[in-house]
Write a protein that binds this ligand. Structure first.
Ligand code: GUN
Length: 296
């Protein structure tokens, strides 16, 4: 049987460490880290994520604020709000929840966030530093994956990491992080995606398979080799009349069947997803520490 990677446990550890640091700051009468999250429109999944991020901040003692803007918000109004928080020293991190309504240019919005407050790690400056191998804000989901591997002593060095998916949020950054000539990385990396003629040709070669394609139960047991490490980034809603809500959340991996072949596997929920918020808090503390000149 495989080891089921417990993201919840690792995320709790990270959050507890941060909560202790905040406790010390409070006892010393110092300012605490602050995060503002901005949601434009009423995408139901985004509403859930923003609520979870805000709650997690409050729980560990961070200052936290949610800015809600209507679906028909003009780009300029969002840019003005971001500029306000770029100049607000109580907020060390700014997160604009994606996707944005179609009248707003996502790239322009991301580029308007001060790189010093870019706790999502999406700003071109952060992305460039990541690719070069400089210290920067790492995007939260890939950062969470790296932490899980570290905690479970899975060393990617020299291993073949196959990433399925090429998004700016997960696929591209995790591939670049795995590639770095650094401890906890140093892997041989392949990025593939839905346009591949034969995706399983690639996935079967993976020592570590990272599924971030956004399709429910897409990776099946015949697509992986024995004893591989399977990291499932997917969060997909599928109809399920047996649940109260009428749906359930599943990953990109057919968990029940793939787990019979894997050495390690992340569940959904309780795997990578919970780590994303923990790393957002970690990045916010990092932004705070740099700004307030406190050792991280
Ligand atoms: N939408 C989906 N994932 C993310 C994320 O990590 N950050 C932001 N800002 N938006 C998202």
């Amino acid at each position: 049987m495989p080891t089921i990677i417990d993201g919840k446990l690792v995320a709790e550890e990270i959050k507890n460490e941060l909560a202790q640091k905040v406790e010390i700051l409070k006892n010393e009468g110092k300012k605490v880290p602050g995060l503002v999250t901005i949601l434009v429109g009423d995408n139901p999944a985004s509403q859930v994520y923003i609520k979870m991020k805000n709650k997690a901040c409050g729980k560990i003692g961070f200052l936290s604020k949610v800015e809600l803007m209507p679906e028909n918000t003009e780009e300029k109004d969002l840019l003005d709000l971001i500029e306000k928080y770029n100049n607000d020293s109580n907020y060390h991190g700014i997160l604009v929840q994606l996707p944005l309504p179609k009248q707003i240019n996502e790239d322009k919005v991301i580029a308007s966030i001060s790189p010093a407050k870019d706790v999502d790690g999406f700003h071109p400056v952060s992305v460039g530093n990541l690719v070069i191998g400089n210290d920067t804000f790492f995007p939260c989901t890939p950062f969470g994956i790296m932490k899980l591997l570290e905690k479970y002593k899975i060393d990617p060095k020299g291993k073949h990491v196959v990433v399925v998916g090429r998004s700016n949020i997960v696929g591209k950054p995790i591939a670049n992080m795995m590639l770095q000539k650094q401890k906890g990385a140093n892997a041989v990396v392949t990025i593939c995606h839905s346009a591949a003629d034969d995706l399983s040709y690639f996935t079967k070669q993976a020592d570590i398979l990272i599924a971030a394609i956004g399709r429910a139960n897409f990776i099946t047991a015949d697509m992986v080799k024995d004893d591989c490490v399977v990291i499932d980034v997917g969060i997909n809603r599928v109809d399920d009349s047996s649940t109260e809500k009428g749906y359930k959340i599943v990953g990109d991996v057919d968990f029940e069947n793939v787990k019979t072949k894997a050495a390690f596997i992340t569940p959904v929920p309780g795997g990578v997803g919970v780590m994303t918020i923990a790393m957002l808090l970690y990045n916010t503390y990092k932004a705070y520490a740099k700004f307030e000149k406190i050792n991280n």
